[in-house]
Design a protein around this ligand. Structure first.
Ligand code: SP5
Ligand code: ZN
Length: 342
């Protein structure tokens, strides 16, 4: 199995994020996440670790707005050029938010950050854009592998992507890697995306909400109690052409393995009925029993089971890394899922 990765993710290593009481918390989305996976997969001959290719900006601009991409590319250097110091490699965080879409666009840098970054878990550092680009290119490389006829491929995307929308960064995400791969593949047939990260895949939902050729399904913690709070509810099923082509499976706090697997089975049935040409699995591992951000109880065995069930669909599948913050176990869990395809 080809597993695509990049070393450029190392360029993105924020020190902290901000939690509700204003505390600076050690940044959960660490480079060691991908290093742990690489170390383990590197010992198993079933996996071929491959560096991503560069696919240019074209496939990315089909998902994100030019204005947003330009913001990500330039904001840090513009901030430095404005003469304002950035001490200790601190990142840029929003300090204001627009209350509505205002046609008057302020060119003030703080206003731009407020417009394009929607929470305090997606700081922008000097090389954030470079790392995010490399992450997206890993996902595109995996998609290309599927087009070339491979049955299953994987991408070790870091930073993750599923909270990034058409023009916003949020929740450790800047570019929506899974959506970029899906859009790239959608020229060739119907696509299904199954998001099994603990948090609702709100960015992916937004991007394909009006589409009937990309089925999006997300199993996650109910947003009534969990991030991202404003999306991921059961009654959000698509809009216009897309009605009936999005489904959320919100689960209660501390949901059991059985509850989880019930939603998973429904999602699998739904994908089977839809009969897509390609499937993308937005694979987050923060559903693991010891994850510091999650409340679910999945185990290594659960991920083996999930991998086998998905392989059983016999649909060409790309497995794209999203979240998962139990760093000591993320490699093991990821490997168990992928070995389901063996
Ligand atoms: C890709 C991914 O998994 N992103 C997750 C982002 C989650 N951000 C959570 C921020 C919420 C902080 N609230 C913590 C309350 C602790 N008691
Ligand atoms: Zn998550």
């Amino acid at each position: 199995m080809n597993v695509y990765y990049s070393n450029d993710h190392l360029l993105h290593h924020p020190q902290f994020e901000i939690f509700e009481l204003g505390q600076q918390i050690q940044y959960f989305e660490q480079p060691s996440r991908v290093l742990n996976i690489l170390e383990l997969l590197g010992k198993n001959a079933f996996f071929n670790l491959a560096l991503n290719e560069n696919h240019g900006i074209e496939p990315i601009i089909r998902v994100h707005s030019p204005e947003y991409l330009n913001f990500l590319r330039t904001i840090y250097r513009d901030w430095l050029a404005s003469g304002e110091d950035i001490p200790n490699d601190a990142g840029l965080f929003p300090t204001v938010r627009p209350t509505q879409q205002n046609p008057i666009q302020s060119q003030a840098l703080a206003a731009k950050i407020g417009k394009f970054v929607t929470d305090l878990s997606a700081p922008i550092h000097e090389n954030t854009y470079l790392a995010a680009l490399s992450s997206a290119h890993c996902a595109i490389s995996a998609a290309k592998g599927l087009l070339a006829g491979e049955q299953v491929t994987s991408a070790l995307c870091r930073p993750p992507g599923h909270h990034a929308g058409y023009q916003n960064a949020a929740g450790y995400c800047y570019l929506n890697n899974t959506a970029i791969a899906a859009q790239f593949l959608s020229k060739h047939g119907k696509i299904a995306i199954l998001d099994i990260d603990y948090h609702a895949g709100n960015g992916t939902q937004e991007i394909f909400y009006k589409r009937s050729d990309v089925l999006t399904l997300s199993i996650h913690a109910d947003p009534t109690y969990e991030y991202p709070y404003f999306s991921g509810f059961i009654d959000e099923t698509g809009e216009g052409e897309g009605v009936g082509f999005h489904q959320n499976y919100p689960l209660p706090k501390s949901a059991s393995k059985d509850e989880y697997m019930k939603s998973f089975e429904s999602a699998i049935e739904r994908i089977s009925e839809f009969s897509p040409k390609f499937l993308l699995l937005a694979a987050g591992f923060d559903t693991y029993k010891d994850d510091p951000l999650g409340t679910f109880h999945l185990t290594g065995k659960s991920y083996s089971h999930i991998g086998k069930e998905i392989a059983g669909l016999k649909i060409k599948t790309g497995v794209i890394l999203e979240g998962g913050y139990c760093v000591e176990k993320i490699g093991e869990n990821f490997q168990k899922l992928l070995l389901g395809f063996k």
